[in-house]
Design a protein around this ligand. Structure first.
Ligand SMILES: [Zn+2]
Length: 131
């Protein structure tokens, strides 16, 4: 399977996994808008979010809510969600700790100023979110 998210689900590509259950997976975005930016995906390969069946949609959004609650540990001003799917054709929801009202836009992506945290920085965030 050439889908990078399916490869993360199967374990053939490593990821900083924050949460996993039978039907969903949450992991750190390695080019976050802000530290703690999490991607939530259903384990079934469905390219477009709106095509998820209702049961998987509900399970995915339940994981999104868990991750949003989890991210309050990082004390963001707000938590934002984004679904746009331009990058990977496997339904996913960005759950982003927000420090500024403009963070959830693609401003950083457009300007090329997405963060590039080190392995150590990602592991430190992961530790905060999984303990
Ligand atoms: Zn996939």
């Amino acid at each position: 399977m050439s889908c990078i998210f399916c490869n993360i689900i199967s374990g053939s590509i490593p990821a900083y996994k924050v949460y996993e259950d039978t039907d969903t997976l949450a992991f750190l975005d390695i080019h976050p808008i802000n530290p703690g930016h999490v991607l939530v995906i259903p384990k079934v390969h469905v390219p477009e979010f709106q095509d998820l069946d209702d049961e998987i949609y509900t399970k995915t959004m339940n994981t999104v809510k868990k991750m949003a609650q989890n991210l309050t540990k990082l004390e963001p001003k707000r938590i934002g969600l984004k679904v746009e799917g331009w990058d990977v054709s496997h339904a996913h929801i960005h759950v982003v700790p927000l420090l500024d009202p403009h963070d959830i836009t693609s401003k950083r992506a457009v300007e090329g100023t997405l963060l590039n945290p080190t392995k150590e920085e990602l592991e430190a965030i992961l530790l905060k979110l999984t303990t």
